[in-house]
Design a protein around this ligand. Sequence first.
Ligand SMILES: [Zn+2]
Length: 66
Amino acid sequence: MPSSYCAENNAALAAVCCACRKTVPTALMITLNGYENGSRTHNAVCLVCARKGWRPAGFAGVYQRL
Ligand SMILES: [Zn+2]
């Protein structure tokens, strides 16, 4: 079951991709907004996963740069 909030953005330049779990430079990531269990989720994923079509639960259709 995916975590509703899996972005670990405390590092300035890298974050963990929600889809592949790799640490990726934020310049190569986007945030996908989802909706799960009654609250919005922000899921940081790398561009590779985003291009493959990975989307969070309840994807809101908004692409947002980190
Ligand atoms: Zn990824």
